[in-house]
Structure formats: C-alpha cells, structure tokens
Design a protein around this ligand. Structure first.
Ligand code: ADP
Ligand code: MG
Length: 385
C-alpha cells in the first residue's frame, strides 16, 4: 500500500453502489495498465465491503496461466472455505450412552473437506457441481446477517479457455456467476486485470458485456498526483519537504502513473536524505532518475525485442498519438516518413501480433493498438536520441 492513496474516489463510490444491489446485476471489472494502481485499490475496497456486511474471498491469479476447469473448482472451493469454515451447520444429533445422557447436536464446520465432498457428490459438469456448492453455502449464509460474498480475483487476464484441451475455466466462471445470480444468490465477481481482460471475457461469453461494470484506471489527475507526492512527507517530523517546483518536476516525470510516482519519489527521498543540509533544498536529479527508471523498468522489456520490432516501435513513438491509441494505417504512413524503407500493411500487422504476445502492446475493442507499458514511447525515443 502507498503511504497515501491518492484519488480514486469515483471508483470507490461506484463500488459502494454495487454493494447496494439486492440482486446482483452488475459485477465489476477493474482494469488498466500495469502500475496504475489496480491492486492497491482492490485492497482498499476490501475493508469497505466487509464493513458493509459482505464476506470477501479471492486470490491473485498470476501463477495460474492456464488452469483447467478442475483447477478453477479447487480454487473457488479453497477460497470460499477460508471464510465459511467458521460457520457450522447442524448435522443431526448424537445419542450418548448412559442414564443421564442428553442428545447433543453434531456440529459440522463448512470447511474445505465438507465443501469438496458436496462438490464430488453432485452429479454433472464442473459448472453444475460448483453451482450446487455455492447455492448450498448461500442457503446457510443467508441465515446470518451477511449481505453476500465478493469473489475478487487479481491478474484475472490470466484466466483462459483452452479449446484444444477442451478446458473452459473462464466460461465456467462466467456461467457459474450468471446462473447463481439469476437465482438471487448475492455473490459478486470482482475481476482485476490488464486492458486485455474485458475483451477476453466478452470473447468467452458475449453476455459478459452486460454482466460487468467496467472501471478503467488511468493516470492520476494533477491534484491527485500532487497529493500522492506531498502527503507522505507532510508530517512535521519528516525531514524532507518538497517545494512546488520540485513537486511539479516529479509529477511531470511520472506522467501521473502511480508506479512512477512511487519510484521517483523514493529516489528523490533517498538522494535528499543523504545530501540533507538543514533547510537547503537540493535539486531533483532528473537525468539520473530517468536513467535508473530506464534500467530498472524498461531495459528488460526492450532487450526481448528484435531489431525489426524495435524499428517499428520507434516509428510508433514518433506518432502524435503514441501515448494513446494508434492504428495499423498510421504506423504504415509514419514509417514511410521516418525510415528509409517503410513497413507494409501485413508486416505491421505481423509485428503487432508478436508485440502483443510479448505484452508490449495490446489491441483494444475498436481494433486500435496502445502500448501496454506506460511511458514506453518516451523511453524508445531516448534510445534513439
Ligand atoms: N492512488 C494511488 N496513490 C498513490 N500511490 C499509488 C496509488 N495507486 C497505486 N499506487 C502505487 O503505485 C504502485 C503500483 O500500484 P499497483 O496497485 O501495484 O498497480 P497495478 O496493480 O495496477 O499494477 C504501488 O507502489 C502503489 O503503492
Ligand atoms: Mg496489480
């Protein structure tokens, strides 16, 4: 968690609204580039939900690149059992031997073994078995004053259907929630991931389009980026203070991306602490920080691209819209200007596919492309300058 979580009020309000739903019609997708602040916002939403009477389960899916349906089921039951194991149900009474014995209730905790048995005993497909488990859990849970359960999955862009292997975990997940929500079970999905996530959901199940409220995180605005820089050092005991000019430089360098704000903020703080002479503000070492950022953040990704791919990325970095969206056509045209030998249409397409697979660009729903890494274009131009 950052020392101060700046902005994101609108997103938190929207989440509050989703928590008010009696019947779940809207689930949530929280999406944005790497480092934009999805995970820490999710962490912030958790106590909100719990305070409103919801249970919260879930995990980070980064390790499960291609899960099978059975893996997904294990995942859900495991996550669920963490919160349900505290609940017990009455599984009949035991007769005790002896004159004074009174029958005592057998209390069965809803732990993993119990839920898993429920799963195994239910006939049918994975989705039917999971439905039975979730509906059963709700039949018990609704006797308490809980509003429902939030199922929160970070890095959810890693969930995939795998047709050649006939494994459809992503579709199973969507079918499952669609079906139980229709029956009035208040279990809500919160999926967090890169911009590829939502198109992937819609590709798996077209109804996903209507099932999710999408919150896209982008750069922090001017006020919020200032807050993110200034508030952590506001404490009277903090030896470092930033002048307005310094704040401006850090904010500009960061492009408003939270990851870069934290990275640059820490660098500046470390350098200043070392140079600290009472009351004198040293300058921000812009060049050194930029070089460090390049080495730590960009160089590794750049090293994995071929010369031809680099050339095309350079062409893109010269486009006016390089930090936003660009089309194949724009790249083709710009390449004729920038390079001695430009790229053809099919070549550009081919390279874009390769770069997409490497996670460097992504295609949005309107067929346009963007860099998947913030501030990438500036880095590329620095390599050629
Ligand atoms: N709203 C914010 N204000 C200040 N710092 C933030 C904010 N959001 C994220 N950060 C910081 O930015 C970095 C990246 O955040 P993270 O949630 O890991 O991004 P993501 O999950 O989108 O890749 C972390 O160091 C985090 O503390
Ligand atoms: Mg994250």
């Amino acid at each position: 968690m950052p020392p101060y979580l700046a902005g994101r009020e609108a997103e938190q309000q929207e989440f509050q609204r989703l928590l008010k739903q009696e019947t779940i019609l809207d689930n949530m997708v929280l999406t944005g580039l790497r480092g934009v602040g999805k995970t820490v916002l999710l962490e912030r939403l958790k106590p909100t939900a719990i305070k409103e009477g919801w249970l919260w389960v879930g995990t980070d899916l980064s390790e499960t690149i291609s899960v099978s349906e059975a893996n997904l089921a294990t995942r859900i039951i495991t996550d669920l059992s963490v919160v349900t194991s505290a609940l017990t149900l009455n599984a009949g009474t035991s007769e005790q031997v002896g004159f004074t014995a009174t029958p005592s209730p057998i209390l069965q905790p809803m732990n993993y073994a119990f839920l898993n048995r429920k799963y195994e005993e239910t006939p049918g497909l994975v989705v039917d078995k999971l439905k039975a488990v979730l509906e059963f859990v709700w039949s018990i849970l609704k006797q308490t004053d809980r509003k429902g359960i939030i199922f929160a999955y970070d890095e959810a862009q890693n969930l995939s259907d795998n047709a050649p292997k006939e494994q459809y975990p992503l579709s199973v997940l969507l079918d499952l929630f669609q079906s139980i929500q229709r029956k009035g079970v208040p279990f809500m999905l919160v999926l967090v991931g890169l911009p590829t996530l939502f198109p992937k959901l819609v590709e798996a199940r077209t109804y996903a389009e209507r099932m999710f409220r999408i919150l896209s995180l982008s750069q922090l605005n001017d006020k919020d980026r200032r807050d993110a820089i200034v508030k952590p050092v506001q404490d009277a005991k903090c030896p470092i203070k930033f002048s307005d000019a310094s704040v401006e430089i850090i904010a500009d360098l960061s492009g408003g991306y939270p990851y870069f704000i934290q990275f640059i903020g820490r660098e500046v703080f470390d350098v200043w602490i070392q140079r600290l002479t009472a009351g004198v503000e040293t300058a921000i070492p812009v060049e050194e920080i930029t070089r460090k950022l390049d080495t730590d953040f960009f160089t590794g990704r750049w090293a994995r691209v071929t010369d031809r791919q680099r050339e095309m990325m350079y062409v893109i970095s010269n486009l006016e819209s390089c930090d936003g969206e660009f089309s194949v056509q724009e790249i083709v045209e710009e390449s004729a200007v920038v390079l001695s030998k430009g790229f053809g249409n099919s070549h550009v397409n081919q390279i874009l596919v390769a770069l997409t697979n490497q996670g460097l660009v992504y295609k949005n729903r309107h067929g346009k492309y963007s860099f998947a890494v913030p501030l990438m274009a500036g880095f590329i131009r620095r390599q050629y300058d």
